[in-house]
Write a protein that binds this ligand. Structure first.
Ligand SMILES: *Cc1c(COP(=O)(O)O)cnc(C)c1O
Length: 221
């Protein structure tokens, strides 16, 4: 069985190879380690290997893990799962970056928490993408709402294409997100996961969100 260290090296090689193909500097691509469902010790192990940015999906689950992570001084935590407005205050306390803002109401609730937060807007690019995410036509209003919130720093866009084993199925979504970010002057693109990070990097991803390729299969939440 391979170790986390070996899997991390393999993911870093995949990122470097894709960046090279796209004539991009791999230093401009953040590896976000997705630790949802895994225990706090897995975050600690990843931190010991040099990972600093972590993605979690569930406010309540993370609440249980965070007390065991307080000494990881340089760790930054991103919420990448759907956020309910009644959990905004708690999420704002625990996370450094919220990648799933998809309504002005959510933005205002996060702003009210009074803590500076990095923000990405989750965009829904097709009807197959589930319920979360703002449709592209709502982005101008959503961006304006976030920019009126003094505690929120708007960095970019995030999306998750419908799952397919074939990366090429994800590519048009990545292209679309890139185009939208360009149109709105947003520098960060959070797109690409274990199975499609190469296509995402070729299409301009600045954050890839990787769980399975680092930590193995998860049990169902
Ligand atoms: C779980 C999850 C990931 C990681 O997916 P893997 O296929 O395990 O790499 C990335 N982004 C989001 C939004 C997720 O929920």
């Amino acid at each position: 069985m391979d170790t986390l260290q070996q899997r991390l090296a393999a993911v870093r090689r995949r990122i470097a190879t894709a960046a090279d193909r796209a004539h991009r500097d791999p230093a401009g691509i953040m590896l976000l380690a997705v630790t949802k469902i895994f225990p706090a010790q897995v975050v600690r192990d990843a931190y010991a290997l040099g990972l600093r940015e972590f993605g979690e999906n569930y406010v309540q689950e993370f609440e249980g893990k965070l007390p065991q992570l307080g000494d990881l001084a340089a760790a930054r935590f991103h919420l990448i799962g759907h956020l309910q407005s009644n959990k905004c205050a708690r999420a704002a306390e625990m996370f450094d970056c919220i990648q799933t803002v998809d309504s002005p109401k959510l933005a205002r609730r996060l702003n009210q928490a009074g803590k500076p937060l990095d923000i990405l807007l989750e965009v829904k690019l097709s009807p197959e993408q589930g319920k979360a995410g703002a449709p592209p036509e709502e982005l101008p209003d959503l961006i304006a709402a976030v920019r009126e919130c003094p505690n929120l720093r708007l960095l970019g866009l995030m999306t998750m294409p419908p799952w397919s084993a074939d990366q090429e199925q994800s590519r048009p979504y990545f292209q679309r997100l890139h185009e939208l970010a360009g149109r709105h002057g947003l520098p960060q693109l959070s797109m690409g996961m274990s199975h499609d990070l190469e296509a995402a990097i070729e299409e301009g991803a600045t954050i890839v969100r990787v769980g399975t390729a680092l930590f193995g299969k998860r049990r169902k939440p």
